[in-house]
Structure formats: structure tokens, C-alpha cells
Design a binder for this molecule. Structure first.
Ligand SMILES: [Zn+2]
Length: 247
């Protein structure tokens, strides 16, 4: 009786081991943007996810980075559209607060954005970002220009952008490069930009819903007054004043 039990135990151990090996199989090197969209990065960290699209070396170097590491999104997602309005004066403040347009996010957040980009690509769509990480000192510049908490988060409270966990963005059609119609432009401060505002065409409401559903599926939440703003809610990071290089 005792031996039967041991044999059963050995058999179940063999089955589990075998499964683990096949689950962690990693295919040969393919470009970063071909990573499968339904891969769970959280699961990968416990060595259980199937990874397609990276060489073992690439995966190791990327995922050894701490969750709070800064990531240049242009390097991580080469086809991410970046139109950083605060690196120009083309924003509602008419104020340039960045020396150059770079989109930095924390590693954990960046991984979620990769998944979103791949999910959208199934419909030949992609993300276009208007703002990402915003150093605390840049937040002070905004606050100095407009000290009104309805429009600018007080630096003393700390914007989610200054934690490297928020983005302002929209969806673009990858065939035409055009933004999907969302009812207002970025940084339009009025009721038409509210999520609760429904006096919009069916197409616009559908586009907004697609943006909301996609972002929420990967851990982001929006705010009631800005359809373009999303903060990552599955991790929390410290306020930062890290400043990026411009060359
Ligand atoms: Zn924002």
C-alpha cells in the first residue's frame, strides 16, 4: 500500500515538472513588437508564462529591471506614437515644460503599455501619447502658471504623472496614422471631455469605450473630467524629479 502511494507521488511530480518545462519554452529571437498580446507579465515573473517574441537573453535583461526602473518608451515600443505636447507650446497652458519630447514610465507600467499596444494591434490600431512621466519640477512650472486644482494637480499633493504611473493618450489607426475621433482634442477643459458626457455621435462613444475598456483591462483607471488621462493602479511609485537626457 505504502509503495503505491510513493509511485503515485512520483507520477504526479513528473507530470508537474513536465508541464513547467513546456510552459517556460521561449522561442527564438523575434522583434520586440511581435510579443504575444495575451502574455501575462506577472505570471512570467513566477516562471509560468509562455513567452514568444524575445530571446532568453532579451527577456532576462528586460525583466531583471526593478518595477520602479525608468523606461524610455521609444526604445521599448519603437512604433509607439509620441506627441509630447508639453515639449512644445501647443498645449492649453501655452507653456513648454520639457526640453525635448521623451516618454518615460516605470518598468511595471511600461510592461502594461506593451500589452495594450499589442492588443490594439490586433485591430490595426495603436497608442499615441501626449504626456507620460512629468518631473516634479515641471509640475511646479505648471502650477506656477495656473494655480487652480481644477486644471493642475498641486505639486504638494503630487501628480500621478510625477510618479511615472500616468499617461495622457489616444488611439490611432495604424493604416492612416489618424487619431480616432474622441469628441474633443487633448487638454480640452470642458464638459465635452468628461466621461459622463454622452451627447456625442455613436462612433465617438464607441471609440471612447474602446479606449476605456482596453486601458482598464490592463490595470489603468481614468478620471471623470479627462477622457485622455489614465493612471496605473496595480502599483504605487514615489514622486520623482528624474530628468531625462535630450541627445
Ligand atoms: Zn494626465
Amino acid at each position: 500500500m505504502k509503495y503505491w502511494f510513493l509511485l503515485l507521488l512520483m507520477l504526479s511530480f513528473y507530470t508537474c515538472t513536465n508541464k513547467t518545462i513546456s510552459d517556460t519554452t521561449i522561442s527564438k529571437t523575434i522583434a520586440i513588437d511581435t510579443i504575444v498580446s495575451d502574455t501575462s507579465f506577472d505570471r512570467f515573473q513566477t516562471n509560468k508564462a509562455v513567452f514568444v517574441g524575445f530571446s532568453k537573453h532579451e527577456v532576462d535583461s528586460l525583466f531583471k529591471l526593478d518595477d520602479s526602473s525608468w523606461v524610455d518608451m521609444r526604445q521599448l515600443i519603437p512604433d509607439l506614437e509620441i506627441d509630447l505636447r508639453y515639449a512644445t507650446t501647443n498645449n492649453f497652458m501655452e507653456l513648454q515644460i520639457y526640453n525635448c519630447p521623451k516618454c518615460y514610465l516605470r518598468m511595471r507600467v511600461a510592461k502594461a503599455v506593451m500589452q495594450i499596444q499589442n492588443k490594439l494591434k490586433e485591430q490595426n490600431l495603436g497608442l499615441k501619447v501626449f504626456d507620460c512621466y512629468r518631473p516634479q519640477s515641471a509640475q511646479y512650472k505648471l502650477w506656477k502658471k495656473k494655480s487652480d486644482p481644477r486644471f493642475v494637480t498641486p505639486p504638494s499633493k503630487g501628480s500621478m504623472h510625477s510618479r511615472g504611473g500616468a499617461m495622457d493618450l489616444t488611439i490611432v489607426d495604424l493604416n492612416t496614422g489618424k487619431e480616432l475621433e474622441m469628441g474633443t482634442g487633448y487638454d480640452y477643459f470642458g464638459r465635452e471631455a468628461y466621461w459622463g458626457y454622452n451627447n456625442l455621435s455613436a462612433e465617438i462613444l464607441e471609440n471612447r469605450q474602446l479606449l476605456l475598456n482596453t486601458m482598464e483591462a490592463f490595470g489603468f483607471k481614468t478620471v471623470t473630467t479627462e477622457w485622455w488621462h489614465f493612471s496605473y493602479r496595480r502599483a504605487w511609485f514615489k514622486l520623482s524629479d528624474m530628468k531625462w537626457e535630450c541627445n
